[in-house]
Design a protein around this ligand. Structure first.
Ligand SMILES: [Zn+2]
Length: 355
C-alpha cells in the first residue's frame, strides 16, 4: 500500500531510517492490530502503534475510566473519569494520527465474540489484566492461527512474549490457570511505569513484526525486573501434550476458563519424572553439599533458606517441580513461593531418597 504526501510528511523520520524506510512503512499501513483492553498496557501500546502508522487498529474495552487508573493509563485524564475508555481512547488516537482507521468495540472480550474479533486482524495485543481473558485470547488465536503479544505485570516486574501456535502457545507455558495465580492489578499494587514499560515493548514488537524488521520475541519470553534491572530471555518449547495447540487437543472450542480454587499443593510423581522430565524445571531445595552428593540431572540447586531471596533466579518458561530428600523442605519452599505469587509450582510427591 503506497503512501500519500501527507503520510510521507508524518512518517518522515521512519522513511529516512536505515533498516526501516518506505517498505516497512507501507507494510505497517497494510496491517491491522487488535488491542484487547485499554488499560495500563493497552494505552501506551495503542499510542505508539497509532503513531507508527499501523493501518487499522481495533480497540476493545467495556470499562469506564476510574481515578485510580490515571497513575498508569496514559490516554486518560481527570475529566475522563466515569466515561467509557474506548470512546475516550478513540477520540485521542484519532487526533494523534488521522491517517489510519480504527474499529471500536465497547464490549467485553468473551467466548461469544473472541474468534470473530481476532480473525479480522494480523496481530493481537493482549492488554488484559486477568488470566481468564489471557487464556481466551490464547485459545481464540490458536484456533484462528493468529500470533499474539502477551504481557503480564505485577509490582515492579513483568513478562512479555510473542506467542504463535507454530512455535508455542500460552498454554504450552501455563497449561491452565494456576491456583497461585498472579492477582490482577485491581487487587495488587503496580508501579505506574511498569505496565507502561511493557506496553512499549508490545508496541515495539508489533512494529517490528508487522514492518518485517529485526528479530521478534517469537517463541520467547522476556522477563524484566525494573527495580534491579534483572533481564532474562527464555526460549519457549512446544508442549506436545498442550491442551490446545498439540496434535490431539483436549480443547476443541472456546470455553470460559475455570479458575482452580483448590489451594492444595500440586504434585508431580516419580512417573512424571521418568516420562515427562523435560516438561518441568527441577529445583533441588536441599543444601549445596547434599546436591553435590547426587541430584536429578539438570536440576537447579536453590537451598531452602535462599529460596525467597533467589526467587528471581527461577525460570519462567516451564512449570517448576521442587524436590528435597524426604518431601518436607520442598513443601515449605512451595508455601514461600506461593506467597511470593510465583505461578506454576509443583512438588515431587516422593523424596529424592525414594528415587
Ligand atoms: Zn500450546
Amino acid at each position: 500500500m503506497t503512501l500519500n504526501n501527507a503520510e510521507k510528511d508524518y512518517y518522515a523520520r521512519h522513511l529516512s531510517l536505515d533498516g526501516f524506510g518506505e517498505a516497512a512503512q507501507e507494510s505497517l499501513k497494510s496491517s491491522s492490530v487488535l488491542i484487547i483492553g485499554l488499560g495500563g498496557l493497552g494505552t501506551p501500546a495503542a499510542q505508539y502503534i497509532a503513531r507508527a502508522g499501523v493501518g487499522r487498529i481495533g480497540l476493545i474495552d467495556f470499562d469506564v475510566v476510574d481515578a485510580s487508573n490515571l497513575q498508569r493509563q496514559i490516554l486518560y485524564n481527570m475529566s475522563d473519569v466515569g466515561y467509557e475508555k474506548a470512546e475516550i481512547a478513540l477520540k485521542v488516537l484519532r487526533k494523534i494520527n488521522p491517517h489510519i482507521l480504527f474499529d471500536l468495540y465497547k464490549e467485553k472480550f468473551s467466548v461469544e465474540n473472541a474468534q470473530s474479533l481476532v480473525k479480522n486482524y494480523d496481530l493481537i495485543i493482549d492488554g488484559s489484566d486477568n488470566f481468564q481473558t489471557r487464556y481466551l485470547i490464547n485459545d481464540a488465536c490458536v484456533i484462528e492461527s493468529k500470533p499474539f503479544l502477551s504481557s503480564a505485570v505485577e509490582g515492579f516486574e513483568g513478562i512479555v512474549g510473542l506467542f504463535d501456535k507454530k512455535i508455542a502457545c500460552y498454554r504450552c507455558l501455563y497449561p491452565q490457570v494456576d491456583s497461585s495465580q498472579i492477582p490482577s492489578c485491581s487487587d495488587a499494587g503496580v508501579l505506574g511505569v511498569t505496565p507502561g514499560f511493557f506496553g512499549l515493548i508490545q508496541a515495539t514488537e508489533a512494529v517490528k513484526f508487522l514492518g518485517n524488521i529485526g528479530e521478534c520475541l517469537s517463541g520467547k519470553v522476556l522477563k524484566v525486573n525494573l527495580l534491579n534491572w534483572q533481564i532474562r530471555k527464555y526460549t519457549l518449547t512446544k508442549d506436545k501434550s498442550c491442551p490446545i495447540c498439540s496434535e490431539n487437543p483436549k480443547i476443541k472450542h472456546l470455553e470460559e476458563e475455570k479458575i482452580m480454587c483448590d489451594t492444595g499443593v500440586k504434585t508431580v510423581s516419580k512417573e512424571d519424572l521418568e516420562n515427562r522430565k523435560d516438561v518441568f524445571y527441577w529445583i533441588d531445595v536441599r543444601s549445596v553439599d547434599e546436591f553435590a552428593a547426587g541430584h536429578i540431572a539438570g536440576a537447579l540447586n536453590i537451598p531452602l533458606d535462599e529460596i525467597a531471596s533467589r526467587k528471581h533466579d527461577l525460570p519462567v518458561d516451564k512449570p517448576l517441580a521442587l524436590y528435597c530428600l524426604k518431601g518436607k523442605r520442598c513443601r515449605v519452599a512451595y508455601d514461600i513461593l506461593s506467597q511470593e505469587n510465583i505461578p506454576n509450582i509443583h512438588v515431587l510427591d516422593v523424596g529424592y531418597e525414594s528415587l
